[in-house]
Design a binder for this molecule. Structure first.
Ligand code: PMP
Ligand code: GLU
Length: 397
């Protein structure tokens, strides 16, 4: 069958593919250490699960308003207002089936053929394909490890053309865990306003921040920047709710209304029961979030220390999320990548075969020198995983 061009041009999600592979090996009895998966290893808190059970018992099982129930929109609006000082009206918020769906909907309604979208690398794997699915052109802009893998105003300015429509920002970042400071965002914000760009601010890791840092996104800097920014978020990471599929966008009303129209012709509302659970997540007790972040911070220190003990490995210290992005290029001369394979792909394959260790090749995120480790796994698995990596790399000679 001749499939449509739009689907032929994109690869499957590398993060999800690696996770499937690791789970298959596990099912075959292989003792895999999985640093591949990007989802919290905690259970959804009990109060949230109870809210969903109550919704079922109450018969809250029918279609809801396309863009989400008013109660959930109110909870999202309160979160944005109380935590970030960002004021939104219900018409400026759309609830969708996960943060991924929110991004997809947004790109479909704000990008056109010929539009260029600036994506700083390393980037989350799904941005370029999603931009291409909207017929627009991803413009990948490499950042420097010495600068914490963060885009500078200068680097942004150099890549802007008359076709540039938007900039995608993701802080804390997947895959690097790096966090933009307010000053760094201010510098980018100046260019954004000067050039009349839109900003897609993917804030999915907003609550997973370490060392007492306070979250800041570009919309918080001025009303002018807020008017050009779409904030994307969801409950997957903060509340360990990856399977529930609730995400949202908040931003300029015309874009949100268009995305709501698209949703009305595609998925309709996100699951009614999951919406009730998300209300409880946002409005209920937040102590589980603090406990999870505390544990992630401990693991961040541990996995960073262990990684830096490996000869030749370098890595900036992440300030949030649950990923480490160490540079293994010192070992690349010892690898023989297959035809068309990246060095990080060859290293990831070697580690999977030699050490039963699953990590995502940096090339999938636009930075071949690194591998991505997700430390959303137990302390014991982190220690085992790093021991195995050290041993396997030692064997490379
Ligand atoms: N953005 C980033 C940077 C992510 O890592 C993820 C997690 N896959 C998402 C968005 C979307 O998450 P979800 O669809 O589970 O809400
Ligand atoms: N965001 C996670 C990751 O990067 C989940 C998988 C995905 O949706 O890409 O691993």
């Amino acid at each position: 069958m001749q499939l449509a061009r739009r689907i032929r041009q994109i690869p499957p999600s590398a993060t999800l593919a690696l996770n499937t592979k690791a789970n298959q090996l596990k099912a075959q009895g292989v003792d895999v250490v999985n640093f591949g998966v990007g989802e919290p290893d905690f259970d959804t808190p009990a109060n949230i699960r109870e809210a969903a059970i109550k919704a079922i018992k109450d018969g809250f099982t029918r279609y809801t308003p396309v863009g989400g129930i008013p109660e959930l929109k109110e909870a999202i609006i309160r979160h944005c207002q109380e935590n970030y000082g960002l004021a939104y009206q219900p018409g400026e918020v759309l609830v969708s089936c996960g943060g991924k769906h929110s991004l997809y909907n947004l790109f479909q309604v704000i990008f056109d053929a010929g539009d260029e979208v600036i994506i700083p690398a390393p980037f989350w794997v799904s941005y370029p394909p999603m931009v291409m699915l909207a017929d627009a052109t991803p413009v990948v802009v490499p950042t420097r490890q010495e600068n914490g893998f963060k885009l500078t105003a200068q680097e942004l300015r150099e890549r802007i053309t008359p076709k540039t429509k938007a900039l995608i920002l993701n802080s804390p970042s997947n895959p690097t865990g790096m966090v933009y400071s307010r000053q760094e965002l201010e510098a980018l914000g100046e260019v954004v306003l000067e050039k009349g760009l839109y900003v897609v601010s993917d804030d999915i890791y907003d609550r997973i921040l370490f060392d007492g840092a306070r979250f800041c996104n570009i919309a918080m800097l001025s009303p002018e920047l807020k008017a050009r920014t779409f904030v994307l978020n969801g409950v997957s990471k903060t509340y360990a709710m990856t399977g529930w599929r609730i995400g949202y966008m908040a931003g300029p009303q015309d874009g949100v209304a268009a995305a709501t129209k698209l949703q009305s012709q595609s998925t309709s509302n996100p699951t009614s029961i999951a919406q009730k659970a998300a209300v409880e997540a946002l409005n209920g007790p937040q102590d589980t979030v603090a406990a999870m972040v505390k544990e992630f911070a401990w693991r961040r220190d541990d996995i960073l220390r262990r990684s830096l003990e490996i000869p030749g490995v370098t890595c900036p210290k992440p300030g949030g999320a649950f990923y480490l992005f160490p540079n293994f290029s010192a070992y690349y001369s010892k690898l023989k990548p297959a035809a068309g394979q990246s060095h990080s792909g060859a290293l990831a394959e070697y580690l999977l075969n030699e050490a039963s260790l699953a990590a995502v090749p940096g090339a999938e995120f636009g930075e071949d020198n690194c591998l991505r480790f997700s430390y959303a796994t137990s302390r014991e698995r982190i220690a085992t995983g790093l021991d195995r990596i050290k041993e396997a790399l030692g064997k490379l000679g």
